[in-house]
Each structure stands twice: as structure tokens, then as C-alpha cells.
Design a protein around this ligand. Structure first.
Ligand SMILES: [Zn+2]
Ligand SMILES: [Zn+2]
Length: 338
């Protein structure tokens, strides 16, 4: 499924709920700088986000659940997903029917998290990761001589005003108690010092949690792009491409995961405060199935295992792996055991 995705079904002796566990598997186009005996064997490619750890947890859970198959009431659906890092592998798997035959009742996934120490877990209800849109914009003017600006419509001046005006969406339109990001990540215009170019290309991203805020931000971005371009005598073509919805945790499933984590590592090691404007394509599963996505602390500063995700020196404390398996097993005991 989704070319390299794998789905495993473990059916219990008796019918019951269907629980879907999702583990992402992809690496990143980064050359690893760690010097360990398990360093990446493929130049230019490394597991800089910890998805190899997710696969290890998934295989651990699969092994243990298979050993206890006769005690399972219901069905376990194990989903190993490719292309999480911007490839929307989850969307492809949904399109190819991963949420059918059988349809899951509960969804669970986790991410190894080097922002938190190993031996801790963070699980929060509600929105924890943002909806993500990519946008591209072409500002078209009229090119000409750099010394004769009056004969041109300068798209660079229009773009400068546009970038500034876009900053007002978050600062002046979004409630100070809400959360949103509007980023301009790319500007390309002009090739010579004495030429006013005909057009400028921009691209960026929009991140939001709340659907109403999202609609408002998209509307304001469209209005500002059109309005600023018009005011400058230019034209602008804007395309906003939705990439992923927000990851929204179900309160009921969060309670089960929270209790499971507390039972294993004590309340003092279970927090509910990680929220990020990053995004995660698990949202494609979670907008269909109630679920929980939790963060599994994996940093160990004393051992130097605390580089940020997507860094060439990313590595994590493997103590996170058995804890990830244990939490998932504890949650499975809740849903798939009479
Ligand atoms: Zn990543
Ligand atoms: Zn990741």
C-alpha cells in the first residue's frame, strides 16, 4: 500500500474493537555526522527524525501481541507508513483503503521526542500539531530599465510591501489567544542590478490549529495579496495548497494513554504540554478515526543524545523504545482485552 507501506492484521479469538497502530518509516536527505557502529550506511540519507525507532517499537508491539493472540478480543491493525516527511504517505494509504476492512475504532501513534528526556511521555488532548498549507505566489509587473522606473510596474517594490503586509495577518487579525503562523520562505526576483524584472516568485507556509482561524487566515492572505498587488498596479497569482490537517487528539483516548503511561512511569513523568506548529500526516487518519498521538521522550543529555530532530547529529536514547512498546501494550490491554 502506498508502494512501500505494510499493513498487518492480527485478529483475536473473539470479535471486538479494531485498534490501528501507525508507525512511520522514512528517513531524510541528510548526511549523518554521528560516529557510531549503527551509523547510516547510505550516504546522504539518515534517520534524523527517529522513524527507525518507530519501526522498532512497531515490530516490538507486533511480536508481543502475536505471542498473546489468544487473549486478544478484537483486531489489531498495524500500519507501517512510508513518506511522512512531506510525502503525505498517510493520505495515499487512506486513498488506497487502509481505513477499510476492517475500519478502525481507535487510532494510536507516537513520535520519539528529543525535546524531552528519556523516561517521560507527553500526551495532550485537543490540537497538538498544526494544519499545514503551502502557498506559492507570482507577482507580475512590467519589466524595464533600472534607471527608468516610471516606465515599469516594479514587482520587487510590490513584493516588499506584500511581505510586510502579510505580517499583519497574525499580529492584527488572529486573536492574541489563538495560534497561527504565516511564513514567507522564498522570494526570487531579478537577475541584474540595472533591470527591473517582470515578475517575482514567492512561496511560504501557513500553520493553524483551529479550522475557523484557518479559514480566516487563508481569506486574509488572499485579500492582502490581491489588494497590495492592485495598489501597486501589479497583478498577483496566489495558489494555496492544503498539505495536512491539524492533529487533534481525542479526549477519551488521551485519558487511556495518560493512565497507561502513569501506571508505567508515574504521574511525575507524564506531561501534557507539547504543542507544535509542525505538522504530521497522521492527521489524515485522525480526522477519520478518534485517536491519540503522543510524544515519547528520548533525549539523554549526559550521553550527548539530545541533538534536535532533522540535525545531522540526531540520535536518541534507545531506552525510549521499550517504554514506547510498554505504553502501547498497556493501551492494547485496555481496548483489546475482555
Ligand atoms: Zn521529521
Ligand atoms: Zn518525524
Amino acid at each position: 500500500m502506498a508502494t512501500t507501506g505494510v499493513v498487518g492484521l492480527l485478529e483475536g479469538q473473539r470479535p471486538g474493537p479494531v485498534v490501528m497502530l501507525r508507525f512511520d518509516m522514512d528517513a531524510l536527505p541528510i548526511t549523518e555526522e554521528n560516529q557510531t557502529d549503527y551509523v547510516s550506511q547510505n550516504p546522504g540519507v539518515m534517520h534524523a527524525c527517529g522513524h527507525d525507532g518507530h519501526m522498532a517499537i512497531g515490530l516490538g508491539v507486533a511480536t508481543l501481541m502475536a505471542q498473546h493472540r489468544q487473549k486478544i478480543v478484537g483486531t489489531l491493525k498495524l500500519v507501517f507508513q512510508p513518506a511522512e516527511e512531506g510525502g503525505n504517505g498517510a493520505e495515499a494509504m487512506v486513498r488506497e483503503g487502509v481505513l477499510k476492512n476492517p475500519r478502525p475504532d481507535v487510532f494510536l501513534s507516537t513520535h520519539i521526542w528529543n525535546e524531552r528526556p528519556v523516561g517521560t511521555i507527553d500526551v495532550s488532548p485537543g490540537a497538538i500539531m498544526a494544519a499545514c498549507e503551502k502557498w506559492t505566489c507570482t507577482v507580475r509587473g512590467k519589466g524595464g530599465h533600472g534607471a527608468l522606473p516610471h516606465q515599469t510596474v516594479d514587482p520587487i517594490v510590490a513584493t516588499a510591501q506584500l511581505v510586510t503586509a502579510l505580517q499583519t495577518v497574525v499580529s492584527r487579525n488572529v486573536s492574541p489567544l489563538e495560534t497561527a503562523v504565516v511564513t514567507v520562505g522564498k522570494i526570487h526576483g531579478g537577475d541584474a542590478f540595472n533591470v527591473i524584472p517582470a515578475q517575482v516568485e514567492l512561496a511560504g507556509t501557513i500553520r493553524t490549529y483551529d479550522p475557523t482561524t484557518r479559514e480566516m487566515v487563508l481569506r486574509r492572505v488572499r485579500e492582502i495579496v490581491k489588494g497590495v498587488a492592485t495598489a501597486c498596479g501589479a497583478e498577483a497569482e496566489l495558489e494555496i495548497i492544503p498539505l495536512t490537517p491539524a492533529v487533534i487528539n481525542d479526549t477519551g483516548v488521551v485519558e487511556v494513554v495518560h493512565a497507561a503511561a502513569e501506571a508505567l512511569i508515574g504521574a511525575e513523568n507524564v506531561a501534557s504540554d507539547v504543542h507544535t506548529m509542525g505538522s504530521e500526516d497522521a492527521a489524515f487518519f485522525m480526522q477519520e478515526v478518534s485517536g491519540c498521538y503522543f510524544f515519547l521522550g528520548s533525549a539523554n543529555a549526559e550521553r550527548g543524545l539530545n541533538a534536535p530532530h532533522h540535525n545531522p547529529r540526531f540520535d536518541f536514547d534507545e531506552g525510549a523504545l521499550p517504554l514506547g512498546v510498554a505504553v502501547m501494550m498497556q493501551v492494547m490491554a485496555h481496548y483489546l482485552h475482555s
